[in-house]
Design a binder for this molecule. Structure first.
Ligand code: 6PG
Length: 244
């Protein structure tokens, strides 16, 4: 079962996430000389990126960290809808060379997905599994995560690391996303469950071991492959949990 940590506010979640990633990245660097971090899109993690930049930046050897974006919208690089740009403006701009790790999502989705897959293949182990030390995931009010949406087949794609999405239910429509296969080796995953709008899907995902919401399937998948999963909830996100 995943670990569930509850906090009063979104700001408390950001602080906990920032503190946690700092020690997880440093531990990975200590363990294997480098660290790979799947960063999250959306707005849930943005405050945490800022906290890292302002409070914890000096505690990590960022020259040894590789950033992977969990999903990205196919928009121009300077488009405010870009997930990478949101992380860049708050944290990645402080890390020399990080922009070279950005997916080419100003291209059409299929070309961007192929190019990003090729880039990620340089970070796979001999069996082809992506080395992921830390992953951050957001979740939508419909229970999606990354750009894996309910009732669609993409969550079942296990033979590719990155796939294109052309008709995302959440705008913008054209995206690339990691697949579950890319998270098969994720060692420590943090899921941001903040905001009352997500309280129902959080309660379902954590209350029903058979829940088929993409975030629930993803959390179970990571754990079934030996990874640790921690849900960070604010009071609003936790408001529908059975055992309050
Ligand atoms: C995206 C995100 C998406 C996000 C959730 C939550 O590109 O839209 O990666 O999966 O994590 O929709 O978004 P918020 O954090 O903004 O609520």
């Amino acid at each position: 079962m995943p670990t569930v940590e509850r906090f009063d506010t979104k700001a408390d979640v950001a602080e906990a996430a920032a503190r946690g990633i700092t020690s997880q990245l440093s531990a990975a660097i200590e363990r294997r000389g480098e660290a790979t971090w799947v960063i999250a899109g959306g707005t849930s993690p943005t405050d945490a990126y800022t906290v890292i930049a302002e409070k914890y930046f000096s505690e990590v050897d960022w020259s040894k960290v590789t950033f992977i974006i969990g999903d990205e919208r196919c928009v121009p690089d300077d488009d405010p809808d870009s997930n990478w740009l949101q992380a860049h403006n708050r944290l990645l701009h402080l890390v020399a060379g990080s922009s070279s790790q950005r997916p080419p999502t100003s291209k059409p989705a299929d070309e961007a997905a192929d190019a990003y897959s090729a880039l990620l293949k340089t970070k796979t182990d001999p069996s082809g599994r992506l080395e992921v030390d830390v992953a951050w995931l957001g979740l939508g009010e419909d229970g999606h995560t990354l750009s894996l949406f309910p009732g669609r087949s993409e969550i079942g794609v296990l033979d590719r690391l990155v796939i294109p999405i052309y008709d995302s239910p959440k705008p913008p429509p054209s995206r690339i996303t990691l697949t579950l296969s890319a998270l098969k080796n994720a060692r420590d995953t943090t899921i941001f469950g903040v905001g009352g709008g997500k309280a129902d899907v959080i309660a379902t995902a954590l209350g029903d071991e058979q829940a088929d919401l993409p975030i629930a399937v993803t959390s179970r998948f990571i754990e079934s492959n030996g990874g640790a999963v921690t849900w960070l909830l604010d009071d609003a996100g936790a408001s529908k949990l059975a055992h309050r």
